[in-house]
Structure formats: structure tokens, C-alpha cells
Design a protein around this ligand. Structure first.
Ligand SMILES: O=C(O)CCC(=O)C(=O)O
Ligand SMILES: [Fe+2]
Length: 186
């Protein structure tokens, strides 16, 4: 999983025109990277009507605080992402693909060029959902800041300086749905 995260981040760095291939991936490639793996289980809604009528939330809306997340489920729907106009879009399950999302830390490292995606899970199916997610995070002491090699002349960081430990502590103290990055915006 870590290798896949690094490869995706290397492609993203290339797409941003950064010369140093591992400029983004080195934060999670090292031994001290604070990455973790999570399994979620969402029991099925009792009936399809219950799922449709009550819009049962299995995992409330949030952004992931780490750099990047890689997810796969047991081919069961439920995951939705929020578009910039506030509408929710269902992500079709795909047993042969990984779903990759940008976390808050990557938003900061790219000074807002990539945005962390707000998502949630609805228990909308009669089938129970199991998902597995690898969260690629930086070392606890690592400064999360825009990459110098990416910033144009006169461009300023949109964020205050903080370490991954500071952000993680703040994120876990806040409510899931809070815009947790706003605490660190300048
Ligand atoms: O279970 C899912 O599909 C998503 C869960 C999630 O967003 C998370 O664990 O951060
Ligand atoms: Fe998430």
C-alpha cells in the first residue's frame, strides 16, 4: 500500500511540474511515516426502504487529515464525495480498482492546488459494507508546508506552520465534520 501511495504521489508531483520525483512521496516513504490501516464495517440497513427513507449515515462527512488515502471495499456501494457546489455523488464500488483521495496534508503541501475531498458513507444497501483504507501520513515531527519547489515567485503559503503531530492532535480534538484546516489558514 505504501508503495502504491508513493507511486501515485510521484505521478502527482510530475503532473505539478516538480522536478524532484519524490518531493511529495518522501514524506510517507520513510520509516517514521505515521501511516495506518483501517477496516470499517457497516451493517446493512434493515430494509431497502429504511436505507432510502432515513438516509442512514454510516460514517459522517469529513476530510482525511493525512496526505493520501487508498480505499477498497467489498464491492458494496455507500461511499459518496461532496462536489464544490455542495452536492453529493455516489462512488460506484469497483472490486478491481482502488479509490484514492487527497488528504488535508496534501492540500497544504501543494498550497491548495489539490483539495482534500469531503466524503461520507451511507448505509444505503441491503448488503453490509466492509472497507479497508490505508492512510499515508508524514512522520509526527515533519513540518507540513507548501513545497518550495512548487511555489511561484511571490506566492505565499496559505497556511500557518505546523507539524503533522500538531495537526493530528487538532484534528482528533475537533468534530468530524469541522473544516479542520481552517484553524491553520492564514
Ligand atoms: O468506509 C469507507 O468507505 C470510508 C471511510 C472513511 O472515510 C474513513 O475511514 O476515513
Ligand atoms: Fe475518510
Amino acid at each position: 500500500m505504501k508503495k502504491m501511495c508513493c507511486e501515485v504521489l510521484e505521478v502527482m508531483a510530475e503532473g505539478l511540474g516538480i522536478v524532484e520525483k519524490n518531493a511529495l512521496s518522501k514524506a510517507i516513504g520513510g520509516e517514521k511515516s505515521d501511516s495506518c490501516f483501517r477496516l470499517n464495517h457497516y451493517p446493512a440497513a434493515a430494509t431497502r426502504e429504511a436505507a432510502e427513507e432515513k438516509m442512514l449515515v454510516g460514517f459522517g462527512e469529513h476530510t482525511d487529515p493525512q496526505i493520501i488515502s487508498v480505499l477498497r471495499s467489498n464491492n458494496t456501494s455507500g461511499l459518496q464525495i461532496c462536489l464544490s457546489d455542495g452536492s453529493w455523488v455516489s462512488i460506484p464500488p469497483d472490486p478491481s480498482s482502488f479509490f484514492i483521495s487527497v488528504g488535508d496534508s496534501l492540500q497544504v503541501m501543494t498550497n491548495g492546488r489539490f483539495k482534500s475531498v469531503k466524503h461520507r458513507v451511507l448505509a444505503e444497501s441491503k448488503k453490509s459494507r466492509v472497507s479497508m483504507i490505508y492512510f499515508g501520513g508524514a512522520a509526527l515531527s515533519e513540518k507540513i508546508a507548501p513545497l518550495k519547489s512548487l511555489m511561484s515567485k511571490d506566492e505565499e503559503s496559505l497556511y500557518k506552520e505546523f507539524t503533522w503531530l500538531e495537526y493530528k492532535n487538532a484534528a482528533y480534538k475537533s468534530r468530524l465534520s469541522d473544516n479542520r484546516l481552517s484553524l491553520f489558514e492564514k
